[in-house]
Structure formats: C-alpha cells, structure tokens
Design a protein around this ligand. Structure first.
Ligand SMILES: Cc1cc2nc3c(=O)[nH]c(=O)nc-3n(C[C@H](O)[C@H](O)[C@H](O)COP(=O)(O)O)c2cc1C
Length: 345
C-alpha cells in the first residue's frame, strides 16, 4: 500500500520520503538473512554478502544503518562534492515504467563534504563495509583538486573511496576517463594515499558507453597507478531502440533493466582483460538473483543495485540473497568467491 503510494508520487519526492522512512524505521528493521556461503572479502574488508547499494541512493549518508538492516552486504554513499550544490533544475528523475528503468540528470545534488561527514560518522560502523563515492563541484575550476580535497576529508572514515568519473550529468566530467586526465587523477590520488598512515582502497567508477580501446587504456592507467578496482558501470547516455516508455528521450543517464546487457558486455571485456588482477564491482540492470549470479560468473566479486529498489519492497534484498545461496549450492560451490569469473576462465 505504502509502496504503491510512493510509486505514484513524482520520483524525487518518493525518494525523499523513502529516505525519511528509512531514517525513522531504522530501529524497527530486523537484520536479516545470513549465510556463510555468501561471505566474501576485498583485501582486508569483509562482507556478509556481495550485494551492495550503489551510489546515488544515500547521497548524504543519512540511512546507512537501515540499508544494512535491509540486507545489503555493503553501502556506497555519495556522490559527495567539496561544497553543497543544488544540482540541475527539476524535474530531473524520470521513471521508465514499461522498461523497468530510470533516466536521471540530478547533477550531484548533495550537502557537501562537511555535513556529509557529520552524517556519515553517526553510523554504526559494525554493520558492514561503507564506501564513499566522491566527485567534483560543477563550477570547480580544477576537477582533480576537488577529488583530492574530498579524499583528504574522508579517507580516515571511509572503508573504501570511489572516484566517480562517469556521471553524464556534470559537464565535461567524463573527459576525466580519457588518458591524460585519468593518468593525472589516479597518480595524484595514489600519491596522496601513500603519504598517509592509513591506506584506504580506491576504486574507479566507469561509464558503459566507451569503446574497448578506451577500456583497455583505462585498465592500463589504473593498474599503473595502483587503483584497486573498477565499478562497472555508471548510467548510460545511450537510448536503446527497444525502449517503450514515454520518458525515454529525456536527457540524462539511463539505468535499470535497459542497461543490463550493455553493462555486462563491458564487465565481461574488462574481466577477460584483467583475469582477476583488478577487483571488479558489477552494477547495471540487476533485478533478480539470476542477474547477480550472472555478473559474478563473468567476473564481478561484488555487485551493486539502485534502480530495481524503486520497483520492489523492503524484503527484496534478503530474498535475493536467499536465492543466490541456493544457486551457488546447486552448482556445487561452497563459497561465492569460487564462482567469480567462472565463465570467462
Ligand atoms: C536517481 C539516480 C541517482 C544516481 N546518482 C549517482 C551518483 O550520485 N553517483 C554515482 O556514482 N552513480 C549514481 N547513480 C548510478 C548508480 O549508482 C548505478 O551505477 C546505475 O544506476 C546502474 O545501476 P542500476 O541499473 O542498478 O540502477 C545514480 C542512479 C540513479 C538512478
């Protein structure tokens, strides 16, 4: 009933209400389905299960504890920028109901790193791995300095940090994925990390719209500059012919079911090229446990979900984890790690 009400509101109001509800429902939420077969790790970071919530849902780190209680194995907050910004004019989120997708052009609306840190540090740090996705302010004169500034503020508290160079909604941001700028960004951020006593994992989040040649160059650069992994992928600027929904031609990033094949193609390519040398987090179009399993088998050690939350209830992540355990057992695995990349070896 409540979910039906949310789905009939405009998408941004419904998102605000879902955040508010999770804030106040936190103590009533029960933790959740657990099964050792799903336990995994990323270096010294350990996860109850490999299914995380993707960046963009909890941009300001307001409901981290509730998301763990919903069953997520890890939470990625952000994207957070150095100073607060409003983002693009509304309306800026559109449901593609018939296609089970979303188009958004939010443009990094967030409360800025200072308020973010206050919220972030109120979470219960024992519930699980929490990453922070960082990006530059729209009006910044030097994007790379913005990443360094936010990294400096957050590295002591975040379990890992994601460099978001792939949102299509900040003008020129995706240029940072191209060689020269990406070399500078990853070199600088790694040098900053090495200058600290606490050394956090850093991953890069990439788009699904580049060429194989581009991805090969990205792999080279991140390996050279010791970036630990890739999140594959962000939203897409493509608009597949099969889209039926009224809002299909809104500008922004497409997510959900319509980008699954495209994201998986990129994941598979990168996975084949890197053969386990880079940690890969698969995201894009996951709706069911089968989709999670598919990404794991083509090389994702962890996965993330966003759009499907809009179309499901609170029990959905637990149910997905339960089904994933069954698939793994039926295929004779004793732990999810054994299934990673099984189809590309
Ligand atoms: C409304 C909305 C806001 C998003 N905001 C961000 C963001 O701030 N930073 C980011 O890296 N990705 C953001 N994303 C992209 C998601 O993290 C994810 O990469 C993408 O939606 C594909 O996953 P999905 O098909 O499960 O939604 C956003 C996605 C949506 C739908």
């Amino acid at each position: 009933m409540f979910l039906k009400f949310l789905r009939n509101l405009n998408p941004e109001s419904s998102h605000h209400i879902s955040i508010l509800s999770l804030k106040y429902l936190s103590r009533f939420l029960e933790t959740t389905y657990k099964d050792e077969i799903l336990n995994t790790n990323f270096g010294n970071l350990t996860f109850d299960n490999p299914i995380g919530i993707a960046a963009g849902y909890d941009k300001n780190a307001e409901v981290v504890d509730s998301l763990f209680k919903m069953g997520f194995g890890f939470v990625e907050c952000g994207t957070v920028t150095p100073v607060a910004q409003y983002g693009n004019p509304k309306p800026r989120i559109f449901r593609l109901k018939e296609d089970r997708g979303i188009v958004n052009r939010l443009g990094f609306n967030n409360c800025g790193i200072n308020q973010f840190l206050k919220n972030f540090n109120q979470r219960n740090t024992h519930l699980g791995v929490t990453g922070v996705n960082i990006g530059p302010n729209k009006d910044s004169i030097n994007f790379i300095d913005d990443y360094l500034k936010v990294y400096n503020s957050i590295y002591e508290y975040a379990d890992y940090v994601t460099l978001n160079v792939s949102s299509p909604n900040t003008k020129n941001l995706r240029d940072l994925q191209r060689t020269e700028d990406l070399s500078i960004l990853t070199y600088e951020i790694n040098s900053l990390r090495e200058s600290k006593e606490i050394r956090k994992k850093i991953v890069l989040k990439i788009d699904p719209d580049s060429t194989e040649k581009d991805y090969s160059k990205i792999i080279n650069i991140v390996q050279k500059n010791k970036i630990d992994g890739l999140i594959v992928t962000n939203t897409s600027i493509s608009r597949p012919e099969f889209l039926k929904s009224y809002h299909r031609n809104q500008s922004g990033g497409l997510s959900g079911a319509p980008i699954k094949e495209q994201s998986n193609k990129v994941l598979k390519f990168i996975s084949k090229e890197t053969q386990g040398e880079l940690m890969l987090i698969g995201v894009g179009g996951i709706e069911r446990a089968q989709d999670v399993y598919e990404k794991i088998k083509i090389g994702a050690s962890l996965v993330q979900i966003y759009s499907a939350l809009t179309y499901n209830n609170l029990r959905f992540i637990n149910e997905m984890n339960q089904k994933l355990s069954t698939f793994l057992r039926n295929d004779g695995f004793s732990n999810v790690k054994e299934a990673v990349g099984i189809e590309i070896k």
